[in-house]
Design a protein around this ligand. Structure first.
Ligand SMILES: *[C@@H]1O[C@H](CO)[C@@H](O)[C@H](O)[C@H]1NC(C)=O
Ligand SMILES: *[C@@H]1O[C@H](CO)[C@@H](O)[C@H](O)[C@H]1NC(C)=O
Length: 370
C-alpha cells in the first residue's frame, strides 16, 4: 500500500476535483492536505477565475483503512482547506473515512495500545476561510470528527448526510470552532459523538432542519476547557429531530472556564427516546462526580427553549444543572411537553441555580425566580 502511495494520491486528487467546485473563488494557497502530503490546488488546474466551473459532481473519496498505513504529515487531518475565500464544495459524492481501524484502536477504550499515540484524523477541515460552503455530500465513518469548521467567517453547510455507527468514538458530525456566521441546514447526522458541536469563540450560528441520531445531540460545548475564555453568542437551533440520542439540546461548560454563552434559542425540537432532552451541565470536569465546586465558570444567560416535545428515556427530562457561583440567568422555557419513553412512567425536571421564566412546561415547574 505504501509503495503505491503517489499514484493513489493522484487518483485521490482527481476525484476530489470532481467533487469540488471552485467557482467564484479567491484562493490563497488553498491546500488539500492528503495523507501523503500537501498540495496547492492552483497547481492542479483550479482556475478560480469565476468562469471555470469544476462542479460536476460524483465520485467517492476513500481514506486509507488503518492507522498503520497512514503517513500524513499532520495526523489530525485527512483532507483540509486552509485560507480560502468563496470555496464551494458541492456534489453527490461521498467521503469515506474508513474509521474502523482507528475506532478499534481508540485510546479511550484501549489506552494500553501502541497505536494510541496516533491522533485519529478529522475527515475534512476548513480552516481560516470565508464565504464558503459545502453541500450535497455524503460522509461516512470518519476516524474522528467528520467536518471541522474552524476560524471561518461566513460558512454554509446544506444537505449533507453524515453516517457513522453510534458506538464509534469521537466521531462528531460537524464541529464549529472560533467561527462566525455559520449555517447548517437540511442535514441528517448519525454518529458516535455530537451530531453538531459548537466550541469557544463562535457566534451567529444558525442550525435548522436537522435529524440527529444516533449521537450525542446538538451541543454548545464543551466550553472553557483548561480555563479558556468562551465567547459564544447568537446561536439559533430550530426544527431538529432527535432519535435515540444521549442528549438533545445541550450546553456543557467546564468549571475552570471563563467567559460567556448568551443569546441562545432552541425551538421546535422533537425527541424520540432521548436520555437528556434538555440539559445544561455547567460543572463539567474530567472525572464525573469527583469535581469540587469552583468559583469560576462560564456564564450562561438568555437561553430560550420553546415549542419542544417528545419522549425521554431517563427519569430526568429537563436538567439545568448550573453552578452556584456563576448561575444561569434569564432562562425562558415555554411550550414544552416531555414524557417518558416508557408508557406510564413519570419524568421530572431538575433545575439548580437556574433563574428565569417558564410557561406551560411539562414536567415542571423548575426554574427559580430572581
Ligand atoms: C492567507 O493568504 C493571504 C494571501 O495569500 C496571505 O497573505 C496570508 O498570510 C494567508 N494567511 C494565513 C493564515 O495563511
Ligand atoms: C449536578 O451537578 C453536580 C456537580 O457536577 C453533580 O454532582 C450532580 O450529580 C448533578 N445533578 C444532576 C441531577 O445531574
Amino acid at each position: 500500500m505504501c509503495s503505491s502511495n503517489s499514484s493513489y494520491t493522484m487518483k485521490t486528487l482527481v476525484l476530489l476535483f470532481i467533487l469540488i467546485g471552485l467557482t467564484n473563488s479567491r484562493i490563497y494557497s488553498a491546500s488539500i492536505i492528503g495523507y501523503a502530503g500537501s498540495f496547492n490546488v492552483l497547481d492542479y488546474g483550479a482556475a478560480a477565475d469565476g468562469i471555470t466551473d469544476d462542479s460536476q459532481i460524483s465520485g467517492r473519496l476513500v481514506a486509507p483503512s488503518s492507522p498503520s498505513i497512514w503517513t500524513g504529515q499532520d495526523p489530525s487531518q485527512w483532507l483540509a482547506f486552509r485560507n480560502v475565500s468563496g470555496l464551494i464544495v458541492d456534489g453527490s459524492g461521498a467521503i469515506d473515512g474508513q474509521g474502523q481501524g482507528w475506532w478499534d484502536q481508540s485510546c479511550r477504550y484501549h489506552p494500553e495500545m501502541e497505536g494510541c499515540t496516533k491522533l485519529a484524523p478529522t475527515a475534512l477541515k476548513f480552516i481560516f476561510c470565508s464565504q464558503s460552503s459545502i453541500s450535497n455530500i455524503y460522509f461516512a465513518n470518519s476516524a474522528q470528527t467528520h467536518i471541522l469548521i474552524e476560524r471561518c467567517n461566513g460558512f454554509k453547510v446544506d444537505n449533507v448526510r453524515i453516517q457513522s455507527p453510534g458506538n464509534s468514538p469521537n466521531t462528531d458530525g460537524i464541529h464549529i470552532q472560533a467561527s462566525h456566521y455559520v449555517s447548517i441546514t437540511n442535514s441528517k447526522i448519525s454518529s458516535g459523538d455530537d451530531c453538531i458541536s459548537i466550541g469557544d469563540y463562535s457566534s451567529n450560528v444558525q442550525i435548522n432542519n436537522i435529524q440527529c441520531g444516533p449521537g450525542h445531540g446538538i451541543s454548545i460545548g464543551s466550553l472553557g476547557k483548561g480555563g479558556s475564555v468562551a465567547q459564544v453568542e447568537n446561536i439559533h437551533v430550530s426544527n431538529a429531530f432527535f432519535y435515540g440520542t444521549t442528549n438533545g439540546a445541550r450546553i456543557k461548560t467546564w468549571q475552570v472556564g471563563r467567559g460567556y454563552v448568551r443569546d441562545v434559542t432552541f425551538e421546535n425540537l422533537e425527541f424520540n427516546s432521548v436520555k437528556n432532552p434538555i440539559i445544561i451541565d455547567q460543572d463539567y470536569c474530567d472525572v464525573r462526580g469527583a469535581c469540587k465546586e469552583m468559583v469560576t465558570g462560564v456564564q450562561i444567560s438568555n437561553v430560550v427553549y420553546q415549542n419542544i416535545f417528545g419522549t425521554s428515556s431517563t427519569d430526568i427530562a429537563i436538567n439545568l444543572n448550573c453552578s452556584k457561583s456563576v448561575p444561569c440567568t434569564d432562562i425562558t422555557m415555554q411550550l414544552i411537553q416531555l414524557t417518558s419513553a416508557t408508557p406510564g412512567k413519570e419524568v421530572t425536571a431538575y433545575c439548580r441555580n437556574a433563574y428565569g421564566q417558564e410557561y406551560s412546561i411539562e414536567p415542571g415547574p423548575c426554574l427559580s425566580q430572581v
